[in-house]
Ligand binder design. Structure first.
Ligand code: AMP
Length: 122
């Protein structure tokens, strides 16, 4: 899938659309999700043009990958969710209902998130 330079997160990165920023560095930007699913719901995105985790893991530089992973950890610490715990998740492609075609990791926290996958019913 080719990168769409007009996707909403590309426009945020270009400053065309505002965001509620929590962190920015050379390789990453993090901002509050506009429609939070949990008390803490922040998105961390790489600044490079990567459609998805698949694209990023195959094509990003070592520095971008290291920077992205470090930023996820740093943002979680900054948000104060490490002690009680948090979940990070990236939807990749159609079956996962990825809506925005620019890689983003969701950080969820601020409450007990429950099990991600329900145990089978007996
Ligand atoms: P996904 O389904 O993983 O692609 O999630 C896309 C996320 O982007 C959703 O949680 C949306 O609420 C969020 N989102 C969409 N537009 C914006 C925006 N302008 N600012 C912040 N978050 C947004």
């Amino acid at each position: 899938m080719a990168y769409d330079k007009d996707n909403i997160f590309a426009r945020i990165l270009r400053g065309e659309i505002p965001c509620n920023k929590v962190h920015e560095d050379e390789h990453t930007l993090a901002f509050h999700d506009i429609n939070p699913q949990t008390p803490v719901h922040v998105l961390v995105i790489p600044k490079g043009d990567y459609v998805s985790m698949d694209d990023f893991s195959a094509n990003a530089s070592e520095a971008e990958i290291a920077g992205f992973v470090r930023a996820i950890g740093l943002v979680a610490r900054q948000l104060g969710v490490v002690e009680n715990g948090y979940r990070f998740l990236a939807n990749n492609g159609a079956d996962a209902h990825q809506e925005v075609p620019h890689l983003h990791v969701h950080i969820f926290g601020g409450k007990n998130l429950g099990r991600m996958i329900k145990p089978p019913e007996k």
